[in-house]
Design a protein around this ligand. Structure first.
Ligand code: SF4
Ligand code: SF4
Length: 587
C-alpha cells in the first residue's frame, strides 16, 4: 500500500525559514537548543494553570513549534534525521500556519514568567515573539494585530487617533487645567522648542482616558517643570513588540526619538505604559539602529524625584483606601522596574498590601502581548485570568494600582468578568489626588477644583438633540433637566429597545446611556446601536454607577463609546463633556 506523500513545503513556509535565519543570534539559539523538556516552567504559565489537562498550553510545546523549523534547517541532526529531533512533523503547508497563529498569538502573552522559572535560561517569550514575527512576515496574524499595526504604520499611533483629535484633546485638557487652577500659565505646551522635557503618552489616554493627561500636566505644572508634548511621535507604545515585526518596532521608536530631537528636549519622559517603556527606552534604539543623545525615564521616576526634591508636596492621607499593586510584565520582568513603583506608592497612599506572588513572580494581567486587540481569543484569555483574579481578591483591596495602561484594560476586563468589584488606578491618579498645591486653603480642595465647573457658555447644547436612556425615572428626570437647561432638545427612553427605536427615528446628536437596566442592558444596547445602520456613528456617553463597567465594551467588536462618566455626575462636568463629545464627533 502506498504511503501518504509528504506535502510540499509552501512558499510562505520557505519565506518564514529564510526570515528565521536572520533572527538567529546567540541568545535565540541558546533558547532554541537549551530546552531539556524538564517541565519546570510549565506551572508558571497562566494558560497551563487554567488548562491543566492540555499539554499544548505548556511553554515548551509552544516554543517547540519554532524549534522544529530551526532544527530542520540549522541543526545537522534535524536536516538528516528530522524524525529523531522532532522536526519531521513541523509546519509545512499554509494550513499549518493557522495552527501556529493560534499558538503564538492565542496561547501566550509573552509575559516571560516561564523564563524566570527555567533553570536552563530558555526565553520562551522571545521565541514566541520570533514566531509571531515570522507569521506576520507572511501576512498571517489576527485581524486586530493587522489593524493596529496598520494604524501605527500609517498614523503613527496604534489607536488610529487623528492628529486633529489629538491636538483637540490636549487643548480640551489644557483649558480645563487652566480653568481648574485659575492660572493662565497652567497649559499643556505643544512643540515648545528647547523645553527640558518631552512627554510621550499611550494613545489610550487620548482616546479613552484623557484625565491622565491632565493629571500629568497638573503634576508638571506644580513642579514648575519646563516641558512639552509634541504633535508627532507622541505615542510611546510600539506594536512591533507584540507583532514581532522589528521594522515596525524601529519605525515607531524612531518617530518618538525624532520628535524629541525636533524640540531639542534633554529628556524623554514616558507615561505609565509597560510595553511603551520597554519598547521606547530599551528595545526601540536597537530596532531603529540609532543612538539618541537625550535621557529617557518613566514618569514614575519623574514623580518620585519631584517629591524627593521637594518640587511637589503630597498628602498621602488623601489616598486612604486599601490598595494593592500589579507589576506589569514588561516593566518588571523585562526592565527590572520592581521597587520604584512601590517607593512612589508608599509616598502617596496610606494602605498598601502586596499581592502574592509579586515582582518577578507576579502573574500577567492576562491582557498583555497585545491580547486585548485579539478578540477571537477573549474567552480563552478570560479563563486564563482566573489566577490573576484570585491574586487580586485574596488581597481584600478594592483598588488595584498598576503602572501600565495596557494592564488597566486587562485588569478591568477580568475584574468585571469575575465580579471582583474593584477599581483600577495608575500611580499618576494617586499622585494627582495627593498633590498639595501652594494655593490650597485646606487639604482636599484641589480634588474638587480639578472638576470643570463650567463650559463658560450659557447654553452650550443649544440646537442639539440628546437622547437620555435610563431605567430609573428620577435619574432620567435629573438628566433631562440638565440637558434642557443647557439648551438641548431632549428625548428619553427607559429601556434599550425603545432607545434604539427612538434613535433611529430622531437621529440624536448624543445618546446618554445607562449600563444597568433590566432586559437589554446598556452594553447590549450600545452594541446594537453600533451595528444598526443609520445610528451606528451616533456619539454615546455611558453614564453609569458602576465604574468597573467603564471598560466593559472594549472587548466587543464595535467601536468604543465616545465617553463615560460615573454617577453621581457632576452637573457642569456632564454638560462640558457632552458638548466636547458632540463637537469632536462632528469632525
Ligand atoms: S523551557 Fe526550561 S523549564 Fe521549560 S521545559 Fe524547557 S528546560 Fe525545562
Ligand atoms: S511567556 Fe508567559 S504566557 Fe507565554 S508561555 Fe511563558 S508563561 Fe506562558
Amino acid at each position: 500500500m502506498a504511503s501518504n506523500p509528504k506535502p510540499d513545503k509552501s512558499h510562505k513556509i520557505k519565506m518564514m525559514e529564510e526570515q528565521l535565519a536572520k533572527k538567529l543570534n546567540r541568545q535565540v539559539v541558546g533558547s532554541l537548543v537549551g530546552c531539556v523538556h524538564c517541565g519546570m516552567c510549565h506551572e508558571s504559565c497562566h494558560y497551563v494553570l487554567s488548562h491543566p489537562d492540555d499539554p499544548k498550553m505548556t511553554p515548551s510545546y509552544k516554543a517547540d513549534q519554532l524549534r522544529k523549523l530551526f532544527k530542520a534547517n540549522h541543526d545537522w541532526t534535524g536536516r538528516f534525521f528530522p524524525w529523531w529531533v522532532g522536526a519531521k512533523n513541523r509546519a509545512l503547508t499554509d494550513d499549518d500556519l493557522e495552527n501556529l497563529k493560534d499558538i503564538a498569538f492565542g496561547t501566550c502573552t509573552n509575559c516571560r514568567r516561564c523564563t524566570f522559572n527555567c533553570p536552563m535560561g530558555v526565553d520562551t517569550a522571545t521565541l514566541n515573539r520570533i514566531m509571531r514575527g515570522l507569521l506576520s512576515h507572511v501576512g498571517v496574524m489576527p485581524e486586530g494585530v493587522r489593524v493596529v499595526s496598520k494604524d501605527q504604520w500609517e498614523l503613527g499611533n496604534q489607536m488610529g487617533v487623528l492628529k486633529e483629535d489629538y491636538i483637540d484633546t490636549l487643548e480640551w485638557m489644557s483649558e480645563e487645567l487652566e480653568e481648574d487652577l485659575g492660572h493662565d500659565e497652567a497649559k499643556i505646551p505643544l512643540n515648545k522648542k528647547g523645553a527640558k522635557i518631552a512627554y510621550a503618552i499611550n494613545p489610550r489616554e487620548v482616546k479613552y482616558d484623557p484625565r491622565t493627561i491632565k493629571e500629568a500636566a497638573l503634576i508638571f505644572w506644580a513642579a514648575g517643570e519646563d516641558w512639552t508634548m509634541t504633535d508627532e511621535g507622541w505615542d510611546n507604545t510600539n506594536f512591533g513588540l507584540f507583532s514581532g515585526d522589528d521594522q515596525l518596532g524601529g519605525a515607531c521608536g524612531k518617530r518618538v526619538y525624532d520628535a524629541v530631537a525636533e524640540v531639542g528636549a534633554k529628556k524623554l519622559v514616558i507615561s505609565e505604559c509597560g510595553h511603551g517603556y520597554r519598547s521606547t527606552r530599551c528595545e526601540g534604539v536597537n530596532w531603529a539602529g540609532v543612538d539618541v543623545d537625550f535621557e529617557m525615564e518613566s514618569s514614575v521616576m519623574t514623580m518620585i524625584n519631584y517629591i524627593k526634591e521637594g518640587k511637589i508636596k503630597v498628602d498621602k492621607s488623601r489616598n486612604s483606601e486599601l490598595v494593592t499593586f500589579h507589576d506589569s510584565c514588561n516593566n518588571a520582568r523585562s526592565c527590572g522596574f520592581y521597587e520604584e513603583p512601590r517607593e512612589l506608592l508608599n509616598m502617596v497612599c496610606e494602605n498598601f498590601v502586596e499581592m502574592t506572588p509579586n515582582r518577578a513572580e507576579n502573574f500577567c494581567c492576562t491582557g498583555g502581548g497585545g491580547a486585548m486587540s485579539m478578540s477571537e481569543y477573549t474567552p480563552r484569555r478570560l479563563v486564563s485570568a482566573k489566577v490573576k483574579a484570585d491574586q487580586i481578591s485574596n488581597t481584600g483591596a478594592k483598588i488595584v494600582v498598576t503602572s501600565c495602561h495596557n494592564c488597566v484594560d486587562g485588569l478591568a476586563d477580568l475584574i468585571k468578568h469575575y465580579e471582583l468589584g474593584c477599581d483600577v488606578k495608575q500611580l499618576v491618579d494617586l499622585v494627582a489626588n495627593a498633590l498639595v498645591l501652594p494655593t490650597e486653603k485646606k487639604a482636599g480642595e484641589v480634588v474638587e477644583e480639578m472638576v470643570p465647573k463650567s463650559t463658560g457658555v450659557a447654553e452650550p447644547l443649544a440646537g442639539r438633540k440628546v437622547l437620555v436612556v435610563d431605567d430609573e425615572e428620577d435619574v432620567r428626570t435629573f438628566l433631562v433637566t440638565l440637558f434642557e437647561d443647557a439648551g438641548a432638545t431632549v428625548i428619553e427612553a427607559a429601556d434599550g429597545d425603545t432607545a434604539i427605536e427612538i434613535a433611529q427615528r430622531e437621529k440624536p446628536d448624543l445618546i446618554s446611556l445607562d449600563i444597568s437596566m433590566p432586559g437589554k442592558d446598556g452594553v447590549e444596547t450600545f452594541c446594537e446601536i453600533r451595528k444598526t445602520a443609520g445610528i451606528e456613528a451616533t456619539p454615546v456617553c455611558i453614564v453609569t454607577g458602576h465604574p468597573e463597567f467603564r471598560k466593559v465594551i472594549y472587548d466587543r467588536e464595535v467601536p468604543p463609546p465616545e465617553g463615560y462618566l460615573e454617577k453621581p455626575v457632576d452637573e457642569d462636568k456632564l454638560i462640558a463633556y457632552a458638548s466636547h463629545i458632540i463637537e469632536t464627533s462632528k469632525k
